[in-house]
Design a protein around this ligand. Structure first.
Ligand code: SF4
Length: 362
């Protein structure tokens, strides 16, 4: 079974108004002390004095991992000693990268870059509290290609305040013209404790309008050669995120850093969101129980490849009964899923109501 290693970098320049990821705003860099703390935790999971976890994928997520210097990234990659041909991804914010830092990341071993573009509309970016404008996103994509990154992903947020098809088209054009090979496309979710949660922005689309934006984006990306392989992820052939597939396929992943989640051997656990405790080495992981059939079904039906019903029966002893089959056949008639003798896949329309379908059927 492959192993994915996630390193959380909980530092950001500011705090975007919609964001509930654990990170410390007002940061211009990542202290070496934090890199040392990640190495200490790597040693802990190696159960010996070395840090060589030999992951098949390594993901620097955040926060803003592009606040790490290339030499800090190199230290962490060398310590983890990824397997040959490992996928090594680093998330970057457009305004934090330069030609030098990007070449440095490449030399350190990063072979996949994920750039937080979000929108091509500067008014929107300001409203979201993003620290960059669209020109910076264009520049970052160009510099990334010049530095040799072919495996290049861009984030695209949908259904933003005062959203329009024009904004969506312009953002897709920015990403595609910028040479991305992968797009992560998320509907804006208003999280309760964020500034947007406390003071919701005006002009938020209702659920039906948001769904229309999503379905339109799926069509546009497909027409541009980006196949949907997961609810929110689209790729040119061969550029699917191997790291994220580990999550959805319920394989082993280890997340290090405050608020980082893991699932190893079917056991889930996470670090508390406590940077100080993590730095001091006093933050013990908290158990989240075992992976179960319901979660397996939920994660597999996020994928365009869908849920293998034979595997569901073999691994979890779950067989569909007559009632469930009838419900799924009704969903198929409504254009929400496809059901064959051994596979259930949701259509893009079905993915939008995944929770309701799964609650009803399972
Ligand atoms: S840069 Fe990313 S992690 Fe940081 S505050 Fe903004 S959305 Fe959150």
């Amino acid at each position: 079974m492959p192993l994915g290693l996630y390193l959380h970098i909980p530092y950001c320049e500011g705090k975007c108004r919609y964001c509930d990821f654990y990170s410390k705003g007002g940061s211009r860099s990542v202290p070496d002390e934090y890199v040392d703390a990640l190495m200490r935790e790597m040693r802990r999971y190696c159960n010996c004095d070395c840090t060589s976890l030999r992951p098949d994928t390594l993901y620097f997520g955040g926060g803003t991992p592009s606040l790490l210097t290339p030499s800090q990234v190199a230290r962490l990659i060398d310590a983890a000693a990824p397997a040959p041909k490992a996928e090594i991804t680093l998330e970057a914010n457009p305004d934090t990268v330069t030609a030098e830092s990007l070449s440095g990341y490449r030399r350190a071993g990063v072979n996949r870059l994920s750039i937080g573009v979000q929108s091509a509309n500067d008014t929107q970016l300001r409203r979201l509290g993003r620290p960059h404008d669209a020109a910076a996103a264009r520049r970052a994509l160009k510099l990334a290609r010049q530095a040799g990154f072919e495996n290049l992903s861009g984030d695209l947020m949908l259904a933003l305040p005062e959203y329009s098809y024009e904004e969506l088209d312009q953002t897709l054009a920015l990403l595609i013209d910028g040479g991305v090979t992968h797009i992560s496309s998320y509907l804006l979710k208003i999280e309760p404790k964020t500034p947007f949660g406390l003071h919701p922005p005006a002009g938020l689309p209702d659920e039906d309008t948001a769904a229309d934006f999503y379905l339109y984006a799926v069509d546009r990306m497909r027409a541009a050669g980006f196949a949907q392989y997961e609810i929110s992820n689209f790729a040119r052939p061969g550029y699917e995120s191997r790291h994220n597939l580990i999550y959805w396929n319920c394989e082993d992943y280890l997340g290090l850093g405050p608020a980082a989640y893991s699932c190893m051997g079917g056991v889930r656990f996470h670090y508390p969101p406590d940077l100080r405790g993590f730095l001091a080495g006093s933050a013990e992981t908290l158990q989240d129980g075992r992976l179960d059939a319901a979660e397996y079904i939920m994660l597999q039906t996020r994928l365009a490849a869908g849920l293998d019903l034979d595997r569901l029966a073999a691994r979890w002893k779950v067989l569909l009964n007559e009632r469930q089959l009838r419900l799924l056949q009704a969903c198929e008639t409504a254009g929400l899923c496809h059901l064959s003798s051994n596979r259930l896949t949701l259509t893009p329309k079905g993915m939008l109501v995944q929770n309701s379908i799964l609650t009803e059927v399972f």
